[in-house]
Design a protein around this ligand. Structure first.
Ligand code: THU
Length: 160
């Protein structure tokens, strides 16, 4: 028997102003698109912006549905848009922000497990890490250096 430990390095920023300039720009785009999320059921609004290596910015927000499971998270709305419009262009950076009509969101909101799996597919495909920055409405911002840090031991094509 052998016991191993998997660690995830994270960087914590106290303010948006501390982020690199291009990430501040991306986070501003995420905040903008967050406002048009369609979230009448959860009242939880998520916005995301992706910077591609060709400098295109792809944005997305969550889209809910009266048949709840038919809705979709912001990250998957954006990653499938990026993958369909720019199939061979790498994703460099992802910025994510969330707010709620019920309570202020003051801590960083990490992408859900399903989104980590969906995003991980494209990080593996492009053979280059994607930086992920996530925040609430206010408060600290967390950065991880890659999807494989956020989703260790991922299911991937090697199992098929
Ligand atoms: N949501 C996202 O858009 N991204 C996540 O990573 C977590 C959750 C959305 C889905 C749903 O519309 C609302 O937030 C509440 O779960």
């Amino acid at each position: 028997m052998k016991k191993l430990e998997i660690t995830t390095p994270i960087t914590i920023f106290d303010l948006v102003d501390e982020l690199p300039n291009e990430v501040q720009m991306l986070m501003n785009e995420a905040v903008k698109i967050r406002k048009t999320a369609y979230a009448p059921y959860s009242k939880f609004h998520v916005g995301t912006a992706f910077l591609l290596e060709n400098n295109e910015v792809i944005t997305g927000n969550n889209q809910e549905n009266a048949a709840y499971p038919s809705g979709m998270c912001a990250e998957r709305v954006a990653v499938w848009q990026a993958a369909s419009r720019f199939p061979n262009v790498k994703i460099k950076i992802i910025a994510i922000t969330a707010s709620s009509k019920e309570n202020p969101v003051t801590k960083p909101v990490a992408p859900c497990g399903g989104c980590r799996q969906a995003l991980s597919e494209y990080e593996i495909k492009q053979e280059e890490d994607i930086e992920i920055y996530f925040m609430g409405e206010t408060g600290q911002i967390i950065k991880t250096d890659s999807l494989h840090d956020l989703l260790p031991l991922a299911f991937d094509k090697s199992f098929l």
